[in-house]
Design a protein around this ligand. Structure first.
Ligand SMILES: Cc1cc2nc3c(=O)[nH]c(=O)nc-3n(C[C@H](O)[C@H](O)[C@H](O)COP(=O)(O)OP(=O)(O)OC[C@H]3O[C@@H](n4cnc5c(N)ncnc54)[C@H](O)[C@@H]3O)c2cc1C
Ligand code: SF4
Length: 352
């Protein structure tokens, strides 16, 4: 059984207390929300903060405010997000992303803020301490080599959050509070393409709220590839938000998940779609262009060239769903992995 290392636990009731306590020793402190990521990481000694500052007692972080913009507190659970009617109806892509995170039990604990700040993942890193010690660790923690690309100067661990690409496509902003004050940043600016320093959030900052622009006129869809249809981290994902004028694309954002150390937006694919009718040929062309920015590495599930080819399929599915096509059968197929898992070819066996 893996045990947690020793740590000091502090439980603020207000954001002011939380930022003040975090400011005392930001380098050795970490925030605990639902704990569904950080606690397993601590058991594996991937993260070993001296102090954990628990956010669950801060009521202000657990509110959803229905104003002109929809504001979601960072401490709102994913179960609450998926149960919220305004989110389900106005931002269906966010609902689809949140409902595919982990399992119902985990979504009861897991928060949307924790999901946005989720640690990057890698086959060589998400292992026990003993396993990582046996390979002399890696650059992300305790070592100096990246085993995925030994000449790489930086860690290439994968951004594996489901809600971040969708919220980025929806044009979300986040509020970051510290004892120095607060600042609002576009969600796209919260991320950096570096597996170790994947957030631009400063160590003394707390993500307090996520704000979404009005949803009127916008449609959204989230498609995710994972090993198990019941629950699993994404190994490729497409988040698309679009405003249609009849069948013409007035505006669109396409963001890919799990193909780099941050969510990756395809401006070229969006430019191709804007001002044009969402026909099959254009969808296929835009999906192919979008997949060009996906640079998956061999550090997560499935074969990487197949994952890249699946990005193209996922973007196409999302665009068709936004157009109004009935994609339920295709979603079911994806969940069951029918037709999608490549079958191994052996020299002595005929191709399937
Ligand atoms: C079996 C299993 C399956 C999973 N499957 C998925 C999946 O399919 N998709 C997916 O996206 N995730 C998945 N997860 C990961 C995790 O459950 C979710 O990402 C969850 O949303 C994390 O939220 P949390 O509140 O538990 O975060 P925590 O574990 O509490 O924190 C995660 C990180 O965010 C930081 N943090 C938390 N809140 C804040 C804040 N307000 N401000 C700044 N930093 C903050 C913490 O310090 C920590 O670094 C899975 C986990 C497990 C165990
Ligand atoms: S990408 Fe390289 S440095 Fe980063 S976790 Fe994986 S092996 Fe380690």
């Amino acid at each position: 059984m893996m045990r947690l290392p020793q740590f000091r636990y502090r439980a603020p009731r207000t954001v002011d207390d939380a930022v003040a306590w975090l400011a005392e020793d930001p380098a050795q402190s970490m925030l605990l929300a639902g704990g569904t990521d950080i606690l397993p990481n601590m058991k594996r000694r991937q993260q070993t903060p001296a102090t954990l500052i628990g956010l669950r007692g801060i009521r202000a972080l657990s509110e959803i405010t229905n104003g002109d913009r929809l504001t979601i507190g960072a401490g709102v659970s994913l179960a609450t997000v998926t149960g919220n009617t305004r989110i389900r109806q106005g931002y269906p892509g966010l609902w689809q992303a949140a409902v595919q995170v982990a399992t119902p039990h985990l979504r009861n604990m897991a928060t949307i803020g924790g999901n946005l700040c989720l640690d990057t993942r890698c086959t060589y890193y998400d292992q026990t301490h003993e396993w990582r010690k046996a390979i002399n660790f890696c650059m992300k923690r305790d070592g100096d080599t990246c085993w995925v690309a030994t000449s790489s100067p930086k860690c290439l661990a994968v951004s594996s959050t489901d809600t971040a690409p969708m919220l980025q496509a929806l044009g979300a902003t986040v509020n970051l509070a510290s004892s120095r004050g607060s600042r609002v940043v576009a969600l796209r600016d919260l991320y950096a393409n570096d597996g170790i320093h994947y957030l631009t959030r400063q160590p003394d900052e707390i993500l307090t709220t996520i704000a979404l622009p009005p949803s009127s006129g916008w449609r959204s869809a989230y498609w995710k590839l994972r090993r198990r249809g019941s629950f699993d981290f994404p190994v490729a994902a497409a988040a698309v938000a679009a405003r249609l004028d009849g069948s013409t694309v007035a505006d669109v954002r396409i963001v890919l998940g799990a193909v780099a150390s941050r969510p990756v937006e395809s401006e070229r694919a969006a430019a191709l779609l804007r001002g044009n009718q969402l026909g099959d040929a254009l969808i296929d062309e835009a999906a192919a262009v979008a997949s060009e920015v996906a640079k998956p590495m061999d550090n997560t599930d499935f074969e990487l060239t197949w994952r890249k080819s699946m990005v193209r399929a996922l973007v196409g599915h999302a665009l068709r769903e936004i157009r109004g096509d009935d994609m339920r059968a295709r979603r079911l197929q994806l969940a069951r992995q029918e037709l999608l898992i490549p079958v191994a070819h052996h020299d002595d066996a005929p191709p399937p």
